[in-house]
Write a protein that binds this ligand. Structure first.
Ligand SMILES: O=P(O)(O)O[C@H]1O[C@H](CO)[C@@H](O)[C@H]1O
Ligand SMILES: [Mn+2]
Ligand SMILES: [Mn+2]
Length: 403
């Protein structure tokens, strides 16, 4: 019996994927570029000793073919590699589901980048069923910028702010008090039902508080309404085998609550890490602790805040010894990402990148894992780790790391 802990660093890409050009992402490299921006602004290199020891810098330099500016580049004492994505999109569910053994090989529905961008019949039906007087937005937008532009009008009119991006998403922002959180969730559920036939991956509730465009701020009550993964993931396999699948943060929402046996939420990077550490004390054998570290993406990647991203990464690095110290002999620690979000790229969208595949266990062979052909190699490795039936996709690497 064994356990596994996945720390999903949301958006920590490590170099443009071979198909990046098709996504307009030639030259993207989230990690290398945030390190560069940090050293330019601060006049000194960021120190990531623990991530470096786990092979993050080695993986980035191998995948992205760019030098990473770090204070010390320590020889890895873990298994490290990098993976490219088979799925057709560079969105969160695609990256996650592929990592759990189910790549998204169909095309999601997307809204056109026009103004307005949503079909009128859909909006009419949404307003009728939700009993709302209309919508604001109806365009591609950054979720924080659109609050500054339309938040006050929303409070005056009661019309929710609806927007999208290059991802397959329909996002609804509304004020927690003036519109009401429950009402926002209801509108999202109605939208979810209407958007299934358009194959839209997620409807996302984006509640916010504040009194004017000067102080609007999004709250932790975000909720994602995802379609179901197209087939059972390794999470379902483990849960069906009597294992515990413990979601920390957004994981349960991303997997549409499939194959999850326990859920914990916590606000912000350090609280998510602290919750992970706490859960490690009690999680039984045959359990997966799966944590999504969303701040990297939401607070820094999409906001194109490279220095903030770097500082958050240093906080993550500093927390790692506590997690590593709690690992038992048969525990597997995996660190990876679901896509890139290069904070130095144009626009505010994700970037199509390689992701790190870092694996550590107290009793192991330290070995380079090389270029992995799919994120699904992680799911297959988990299937091996927990003695489950093999997943359809992915090459597992348990034999390479197990001493
Ligand atoms: O700008 P915000 O609202 O953070 O939106 C981002 O969050 C969405 C879901 O991850 C992405 O599609 C991206 O557009
Ligand atoms: Mn993500
Ligand atoms: Mn994102």
């Amino acid at each position: 019996m064994a356990r596994a802990i996945i720390l999903m660093a949301d958006s920590l890409g490590i170099g443009a994927a071979p198909d990046a050009e098709q996504f307009g992402d030639l030259g993207a490299n989230t990690l290398a570029h945030l390190l560069q921006a940090y050293s330019e602004e601060k006049g000194e290199a960021l120190d990531l000793p623990n991530l470096s020891k786990l092979g993050l810098i080695a993986a980035c330099e191998a995948a992205g073919k760019e030098t990473c500016i770090v204070a010390q580049n320590i020889e890895p004492s873990a298994a490290w590699g990098y993976a490219k994505e088979l799925s057709s999109g560079k969105d969160t569910p695609s990256g996650h589901w592929e990592m759990a053994g189910v790549p998204v090989l169909f095309d999601w529905g997307y809204f056109p980048n026009t103004n307005p961008c949503f079909p009128q019949e859909f909006i009419d039906e949404l307003c009728k069923r939700a009993e709302i007087p209309g919508i604001l937005g109806n365009c591609y937008a950054s979720g924080t910028t659109i609050l500054e532009q339309l938040g006050e009008e929303h409070m005056q009119t009661g019309k929710p702010i609806c927007y999208t991006s290059v991802d397959s998403v329909f996002q609804i922002a509304a004020h927690e008090q003036s519109f009401g959180l429950d009402k926002l969730y209801q509108v999202c559920e109605i939208a979810r039902a209407l958007l299934d036939e358009m194959n839209i991956g997620r409807v996302i509730a984006r509640p916010f508080i504040g009194t004017s465009s000067a102080d609007f701020i999004r709250t932790g009550n975000r909720r994602d309404y995802s379609v179901l993964p197209p087939s059972p993931t390794v999470l379902d396999k483990l849960a069906n085998d009597g294992g515990e699948v413990i979601s920390i943060g957004k994981i349960a929402d991303i997997y549409a609550h499939q194959g999850i046996t326990q859920k914990h939420k916590a606000p912000g990077l350090l609280n998510l890490l602290a919750k992970t550490s706490e859960v490690m004390d009690s999680a039984p054998e045959h359990s997966l602790i799966f944590t999504n570290l969303v701040d990297f993406d939401e607070k820094f990647g999409h906001r194109r805040n490279a220095v903030g991203y770097a500082e958050a990464l240093a906080q993550f690095d500093a927390f790692l010894p506590e997690i590593i110290a709690k690992l038992k002999a048969d525990d597997l620690l995996l660190i990876t990402a679901d896509h890139g979000c290069d904070p130095t790229a144009e626009g505010t969208d994700h970037t199509r990148e390689y992701v790190p595949v870092l694996a550590y266990t107290p009793v192991m062979n330290n070995t380079p894992l090389g270029e992995r052909q799919s994120f699904a190699d992680i799911g297959q490795t988990l299937a091996q780790w927990f003695d489950l039936d093999a997943t359809q996709y992915g090459e597992g690497f348990k034999a390479e790391i197990k001493a």
